[in-house]
Design a protein around this ligand. Sequence first.
Ligand code: ADP
Ligand code: ADP
Length: 223
Amino acid sequence: MELQIQNLKRTYEDKVALDISDLEISSGSFIGIIGPNGAGKSTFVKLLAGIDPISRGKVLYNQKKLHKNSEVYQKMTLIFQKPYLFRTSVFDNIAYPLKIRGEKPEVIKEKVEKLLVDLGLQDLRDQPGKTLSGGESQKVALARALVFEPELLLLDEPTANIDPQSIMVMERVLRDFYENNRPTIIMVTHNIQQAKRLSKEVFFIDEGKLIERGPTAQVLEHP
Ligand code: ADP
Ligand code: ADP
């Protein structure tokens, strides 16, 4: 999905959390968002997801505004840092978006089972979503997002507080999804190595401004 940002601004009372003049993100981009705490990274992805009100400016998705185009909502997914899972089983948590979409049970089963295997979640299949550890929840949230095959995937620190081995598993699944589907991915990360491993481009945000943008190698190899 192509994104065009024009004079995007979010303020809290008189404090500016984000202020980006013009920005285009072409379809099939994989962008890593980096920057210090409080820089405006989460605000940026929340504005793009339409779950935080824009104070000024606009975002266009394939030339259309989000609120006039509910179609866009059916093509995008946001993964929060602290995902919200349902009380139902892990399987049903992941299957949920496909049920909503009215997929056939056989198709749902096939897609969900594949993600359970890829993410090493088979043993947790029948466990209630609410009883998982933080890291397990983040894996389930990733599966629930990918099963939906979004055209735009927004991730806010998807692997924060996860053990290194699980990070590698999640990165492999995310990379495969990107290679096979060519979605647009925008991922906030504190982990520079992760941005180097996954993203094609990096945006450096500080004090609400887009300070730098460029190919990952170029931006992150600076002295
Ligand atoms: P980051 O994700 O880069 O850590 P955020 O986007 O969460 O930064 O926050 C950007 C700025 O906006 C910070 O200064 C933060 O304190 C402020 N901010 C974020 N959410 C709120 C809120 N709900 N109310 C007031 N200020 C907020
Ligand atoms: P992150 O830096 O990963 O975005 P935070 O801990 O900064 O996480 O923010 C968590 C939540 O708290 C977000 O929903 C954000 O909007 C809100 N928040 C952040 N800063 C403030 C603030 N100064 N006042 C009120 N809410 C805030």
